[in-house]
Design a protein around this ligand. Structure first.
Ligand code: EPZ
Length: 421
């Protein structure tokens, strides 16, 4: 098992390229199930979670290929033979987003058997809203032996009002509705850029979706879809993480391909900390302030401040010039990075879903343990600032969502490397 070793104190300088978005690639790869033939995806990030989604598709009988060399960010998914509409527990337990095959399978093949995802480090994360939506479209849903069994000869359009705003729930039901008979109206939808991107791909395949990116999405079902060739949009959370890396090290970095329109809440918050952020032709430039201001933040659904940036911003607030209050409103257990930041000398008090962070003069390097994807990123960021050496263990969490982060940071001047533990 690898770990990352960081020696802090080096202001990051230069340019870095953002990879394709994990949280767009996963539903888009699942959507390949909706059409016969070969779909081609470009700018697909080289992540453990992408490998898992390809395995889930292969297990069903899809042909998948990850190209190499100059085209190493390309993937092909081919539906050219019989499909066994089943996602096994062994794969789903490693990546809950595998549940995104449920909607496409029941819509396209009339049945699906998908393992229930189970709990997760950051929260219970039920899928009741996914099932509520599919039931409204006429699917017959049963839960047996830890599996969701969904059956429907033909899904029918309906109105679905989500009780909670759910990203993958919106995506799953949207993918089912594109082949349903008649019109579906989804209300209280997630407005994340990744939902919009999935709708863009489905419309390129021949679907008729309107309103993606707003809280009401209308889908007029069609008979069939065709395969697609699509380049995945840049990862706004990776971009945000790299922007915080520049801020926490006192650096000056151009984050190439970062899209300002997807990062408004993050840009505004970092400007409040004193960063100078300018949109340049190739991306976003971040110049760190001499002294980082402490800021308060509450995570909410898009376009609010993303929960997937909470841990990284907390890392920055540990060395800010005052006290900040960070409230996590999306997941009930997303402060697992706090005890590890304590080990580096951070002053953080948790009260329920709120963390009070008193900025300290300096952090000191220490051996720490990653507990989930974004927590691991915040520990690497704190290590870039800390005096001495930080060793981050269990970085398989990091590899789920960041494509060789240590190489990108090293290119910007960080003293960071990956070692076999
Ligand atoms: C997506 O997860 C992202 N994952 C998460 O990113 C992200 O944190 C999350 O959206 C919120 O932005 C992918 O896109 C693959 P939700 P998702 O359903 O869809 C509750 C990362 O770090 N809920 O929007 O699973 C749920 O418990 C990951 O890249 C229900 O109660 O999140 C949570 O409290 C982590 N019932 C809230 O809604 C449901 O049926 C939002 O969850 C579904 C969700």
């Amino acid at each position: 098992m690898d770990k990352i070793i960081v020696k802090g104190g080096h202001p990051l300088q230069g340019e870095v390229v953002v990879s394709g978005a994990k949280n767009a690639a996963l539903p888009i790869l699942a959507s390949a199930l909706l059409a016969d033939g070969k779909s081609v995806y470009r700018n697909v990030p080289d992540l453990a979670d992408v490998v898992t989604m390809l395995k889930v598709l292969e297990t069903m009988g899809c042909g998948t290929a990850r190209l190499t060399g100059r085209q190493k960010d390309m993937c092909e998914v081919a539906i050219e033979g019989p499909i066994t509409p089943e996602a096994p527990y062994d794969l789903v337990k490693t990546m809950r987003a595998s549940v995104l095959v449920l909607g496409p399978l029941v819509a396209r093949f009339g049945r699906a058997r998908v393992s229930m995802p189970g709990g997760c480090a950051i929260g219970a994360r039920p899928i009741d809203q996914h099932l509520k939506g599919l039931k409204a479209l006429g699917a017959d849903i049963t839960l047996t032996e830890g599996y969701v069994e969904a059956r429907a000869k033909q899904l029918k359009g309906a109105t679905v009002n989500f009780d909670v705003i759910t990203v993958t729930g919106t995506e799953n039901v949207m993918m089912a509705a594109v082949l349903a008979r008649g019109r579906t109206v989804l209300e209280n939808c997630a407005r994340e850029p990744e939902v919009e991107e999935l709708a863009r791909v489905l419309n390129k395949m021949g679907a008729r979706i309107q309103g993606a990116g707003t809280s009401v999405i209308t889908i007029d079902g069609v008979e069939s879809l065709k395969p697609v060739d699509h380049a995945i949009l840049p990862d706004r959370i990776e971009a945000g993480t790299l922007m915080v890396a520049a801020a926490i090290t006192g650096g000056n970095v151009l984050v190439k391909h970062a899209q300002p329109e997807h990062l408004e809440s993050v840009i505004l918050k970092l400007r409040e900390t004193g960063c100078t952020i300018t949109a340049e032709e190739k991306g976003l430039r971040v110049k760190a302030p001499k002294v980082v201001n402490s800021v308060d933040v509450k995570t909410t659904e898009h376009p609010g401040f993303p929960t997937d940036m909470q841990a990284q911003l907390m890392g920055l607030m540990t060395v800010a010039s005052g006290t900040s209050v960070i409230s996590e409103s999306i997941f009930e257990n997303r402060f697992m990075h706090v005890p590890e930041l304590h080990r580096m000398g951070a002053d953080i008090t948790i009260q329920g879903h709120t963390a009070v962070v008193k900025g300290v003069k300096k952090l000191s390097g220490a051996p720490v343990m990653a507990t989930d994807l974004r927590a691991s990123a915040s520990l690497v960021l704190a290590g870039l600032r800390a005096e001495g050496k930080t060793e981050v263990a269990r970085i398989y969490h990091l590899d789920r969502g960041y494509e060789r982060l240590e190489r990108k940071l090293r290119k910007l001047g960080a003293d960071i490397r990956r070692v076999k533990a």
